[in-house]
Ligand binder design. Sequence first.
Ligand SMILES: [Zn+2]
Length: 234
Amino acid sequence: MHTYTKIPDTALAIFAHPDDAEIACGGTLARWAGEGCHVILAVATQGDKGGDGDDPGRLSEERTRELLEAGRVLGVNDVIQLAYLDGELENTIEFRRRLVTLMRSFRPEVVLTGDPTAVFFGDLYYNHRDHRQLGWAVLDAVFPAARQRAYFPEAGDPVEELEVLLAATLEPNTWIGIDGLVDKKVAAMRAHRAQLARYQDSLDRVVAERARQAARMVGGTGEAELFRLVRGGA
Ligand SMILES: [Zn+2]
């Protein structure tokens, strides 16, 4: 298991729904932002079908406010909404063009997203279709598209090799310490009332326990988040 200690100059987190990044890697984003990294959080959908909402317009407005609040809690520098409809994300050329434009504009050293190969989490949950579509689209955008000029030449100059940290993975190979940041991660998650209100009572305990469990997996005693690190090489 690789210990990821570097604080990147610029990191781009791309997730499907307004609360995904906080759940998947909120501790890491808070840590990096606090240590001077320029953190950009891009959210692909409006989250307009989340929870039990029956008014998509009102829900997407509410979730935008919550997303901005969570971003302030974590200390991220930019929050970008691509505003696709919830549940309708597809790994299209048009979507990859927008992702490549983000990568070539902000020029991050590392991109964080969800692992699209993680499908079945035991018998409790299987991965949301938007998460799978998003994860593959981000990987396809990192390599080859963002690196090779012939892809989307109008989207800016190609980037160098990017590191990708895949969160919500079943095959972690890398960990990042988030000691002392669980409270901030929970506070950012709490901002997402529309989606997570029903878990408010157990959030502190569950998030802290998962973070300690992650640290124990790598022989540590504090708190951690786990990732699968891949590089868009070749
Ligand atoms: Zn989600």
